[in-house]
Design a protein around this ligand. Structure first.
Ligand code: FES
Length: 64
């Protein structure tokens, strides 16, 4: 699953999601690559799981 190269995404930024890709979205809040899961939930919040999102059509979205 793709992850951004850096972790400087912040509210108001946009990110381009690629058609056909599967993204793992963080639901625990401990990821250092928010809004994407970086696996931190395994140690920081073991009861949490990321949310998998399959992109049907590419485009950008605003980060909130
Ligand atoms: S790091 Fe938060 S769900 Fe994986």
């Amino acid at each position: 699953m793709p992850l951004p190269k850096d972790n400087d995404l912040k509210p108001g930024d946009t990110y381009t999601f690629e058609e056909g890709e599967l993204y793992s979205i963080c639901t625990c809040g401990f990821s250092k690559k928010l809004p994407f899961c970086d696996g931190s939930h395994k140690t920081e919040a073991p009861d949490c799981k990321s949310m998998k999102v399959e992109i049907k059509r590419s485009g950008f979205t605003k980060i909130y």
